[in-house]
Design a protein around this ligand. Sequence first.
Ligand SMILES: [Zn+2]
Length: 184
Amino acid sequence: MAMRRGSIPGTSGRVRPLRLLGDTGLAAPCEEVTDFGPDLARLVEDMFATMYAAGGVGLAANQVGVGLRVFVYDCPDDEDRRHLGHVVNPRLVSTDGVVLRGPEGCLSLPGLEAGTPRFDEAVVEGFTLDGRPVRVEGSGFFARCLQHECDHLDGGLYVDRLTGWRRRRTLRAARRAPWAAEAG
Ligand SMILES: [Zn+2]
């Protein structure tokens, strides 16, 4: 779908600082949005700007220090179709298909990646920033993205889904990462 000139998300947004692994806001469940006003539109716009600046494909509000149930995405699926949007108060209503272990990273653990198990299909329902119901269906890498962002809003990170040596290796790399000191 073509976008009108001037409607490209993020172009008027402000890049906000990213919260990194160790930030307590990443480990707490986010609150439901009840105010669908201009502050919410501003938040979504800033989240797009922040996601694009960091080269990400998805971003949850608590990654910029806002404890509200909102995420944005601009993410390809396995057929290279582009999916672009945002969801307010998302619910992961179904997951299906095989569970695949595929490479997954996160803007809150910059530079790291680990094979993480995810369902191959996912459906999220929620609302747009002006309060209209929205349903987003994803497969492949985009389904992975939807599950990853929903985890964030419940206070989870992909490392929580890892076990054994993958988990140990990723947490060790996070401790040694150049950003680990500022994450505290
Ligand atoms: Zn993430």
